[in-house]
Design a protein around this ligand. Structure first.
Ligand code: UDP
Length: 239
């Protein structure tokens, strides 16, 4: 496949057109970024780990009835996905206070959030991905009312499923970010990826981070922690 087929290059993944209509190829990269690209580094092995973790999570969610864009895994770095028109939204769900929530609301890191909090950030690099609410989404015509409600309901269902999965793996799902798209057939699908790059996972016992916060905070090599997340999840699915 030539680079002519490259239709999107992101921070952690590239997307290519394929010979099949409605099907794209997603390729995981080793790049890690933080602070909207301010900190950037190549981390050998990260792409393969993220894809493996993502495959496990997306398969688990699909089996539970969540529509996802994943069609087929080709190899350790590449997968086929349904082409979808992406909603320019980062859908963040929080079970415990961390990150920007702590800074914005002045609450203590680790404070449990009963019933969780769902937040939207508008994907617009020039604006630094601002926090927006449902009315902003309606004003921007980023999604219809029905789509907005569906995205919220899917996110809460995904949270319930993943809190349970990670609990069995000895990890607390603190928060995470999802992205959704709409296929040509009009189906809303979970797209992008779910990995320790876009979720906070704390060890149940030690409360140590097993996610990108290690990179964000310059606390050493993320690879052993991503490997541990994968092996703990694999141990569950193989049990
Ligand atoms: N997140 C993400 N991409 C972003 C911003 C946040 O994947 O561009 C994830 C992040 O990994 C965390 C959750 O969304 O799991 C909430 O992030 P937060 O708003 O606390 O911002 P951060 O502390 O990452 O700047």
């Amino acid at each position: 496949m030539t680079d002519q087929n490259l239709i999107y290059t992101g921070k952690a993944k590239d997307l290519y057109r394929t010979d099949q209509p409605g099907i794209l190829k997603m390729v995981y990269k080793n790049q890690a970024t933080a602070g909207n690209g301010a900190k950037k580094e190549e981390i050998p092995g990260k792409g393969v780990l993220n894809q493996a973790i993502n495959q496990l999570i997306f398969t688990y969610l699909a089996e539970a009835g969540i529509p996802t864009h994943l069609v087929e895994v080709l190899n350790a770095r590449e997968e086929l996905v349904k082409e979808a028109q992406m909603f320019p939204l980062e859908v963040v769900f929080r079970n415990y206070a961390a990150g920007s929530f702590v800074k914005r609301l002045g609450v203590e890191k680790g404070t449990p959030i009963e019933d969780g909090v769902l937040e939207f950030f508008y994907k617009a690099d020039a604006l630094n991905d601002p926090f927006i609410n449902d009315d902003d989404i309606r004003f921007l015509q980023v999604a219809t009312e029905a789509e907005l409600q569906e995205i919220k309901a899917l996110t809460r269902r995904i949270n319930t499923l993943l809190v349970d999965l990670f609990k069995q793996a000895g990890l607390i799902l603190v928060d995470f970010k999802l992205e959704f798209g709409r296929t040509a057939a009009g189906e809303i699908v979970l797209a992008d990826e779910f990995s320790p790059d876009n979720a906070r996972l704390w060890d149940v016992e030690t409360k140590a981070s097993f996610d990108k916060d290690i990179f964000r905070n310059d606390e050493g090599d993320i690879i052993p922690f991503y490997e541990a997340v994968l092996s703990r999840l694999e141990a569950l699915t193989q049990a």
